[in-house]
Design a protein around this ligand. Structure first.
Ligand code: AMP
Ligand code: MN
Ligand code: MN
Ligand code: MN
Length: 280
């Protein structure tokens, strides 16, 4: 697949620098790459320079944290102007919420007798629960990240801290105001009933959302077809993104995803800055 429109770097919870991510994607044959770190646009400049060197297109993106009903839902913004002031202000607010949540989690883990995790608070990029999960693994409290999330950070766990992210109208207005299109990320990962998912997609379309992430890691052909029908039904476009964080044997590399089904309208259609460079 030439397109990969959902990836992460060390500026959020990915493992690669922006330069290394772009090199990795270019090596894997990606020609149009979106960097979409959680609640930050800090890696975009470096990624754009690296993309120039490799002759690929870098789409400016971000993955914004949103609260919808009682769920944390992620909205990817693509082809945004990262300097748009209301977007920057919104992201600063989300970064502050992240920091305050991390401090509260660190305190809760200490209260639960799990040790002093303050070191996770010291980083240049945004702080994510992933960093706390990795700390729990390094301390021997959990075998891997998934166990750390399940046992300590998920609802009911000693390190669970609920937060209110941005709401849907705000997120869509920041992204659209920045000239971008809003994409509902990994729609099957919220564990919503099919009725609830339809409600989310309907409200997202009505709020000015542009697309559904129809192809993402871990979906089978049936799930992809179902999301494609959902997008079609609500007149949304379709996006493709690996949600790449780091090399893992069971996760795709950048671009390592199937094509969009034929009934989809690609999110990049008629967007000049999202077309591959001519191969000359
Ligand atoms: P945050 O945005 O700080 O709440 O952290 C959420 C991030 O943690 C997601 O973007 C995923 O990368 C990662 N994550 C969430 N749940 C799990 C899980 N069960 N196992 C491993 N990683 C997870
Ligand atoms: Mn993540
Ligand atoms: Mn996400
Ligand atoms: Mn992501």
């Amino acid at each position: 697949m030439y397109y990969d429109l959902h990836t992460h770097t060390v500026w959020s919870d990915g493992e690669l620098s922006a330069t290394a991510l772009v090199a990795c994607a270019a090596d894997a044959g990606v020609r149009v790459l979106a960097l979409t770190d959680h609640d930050t646009v800090a890696g975009l400049e470096e990624a754009a320079s690296a993309a120039d060197i490799h002759g690929i297109v870098l789409v400016s993106g971000v993955e914004v944290s949103m609260s919808w009903q009682s769920f944390g839902v992620h909205i990817v913004g693509l082809d945004i102007d990262p300097s748009y002031e209301p977007l920057q202000r919104g992201l600063r607010r989300l970064q502050e919420i992240r920091r305050a949540r991390a401090v509260a989690i660190v305190q809760a883990l200490a209260d639960a007798g799990l040790g002093d995790a303050r070191e996770v608070l010291v980083r240049e990029g945004v702080v994510s629960r992933t960093h706390i999960a990795d700390w729990l693994v390094a301390q021997g409290h959990a075998r891997d990240r998934a166990v750390a999330f399940k046992r300590f950070l998920a609802r009911g766990g000693p390190g669970h801290v609920g937060v209110m992210w941005a709401d849907m109208a705000e997120v869509v207005s920041w992204i659209r105001g920045a000239g971008g299109c809003a994409v509902l990320a990994h729609p099957t990962r919220y564990r919503l009933s099919s009725g609830r998912l339809q409600q989310l997609v309907r409200e997202f379309a009505a709020a000015g959302g542009a697309a559904l992430e129809v192809v993402t890691a871990g979906l089978d052909a049936g799930e992809i077809a179902r999301l494609a029908r959902l997008a079609e039904h609500y007149h949304l476009r379709a996006s493709v993104g690996s949600d790449y964080h780091k090399p893992l044997p069971w996760r795709p590399h950048p671009g390592g995803l199937p094509d969009l089904p034929a009934n989809c309208v690609p999110v990049w259609q008629e967007r000049l800055r999202m077309q591959p460079r001519a191969l000359v």
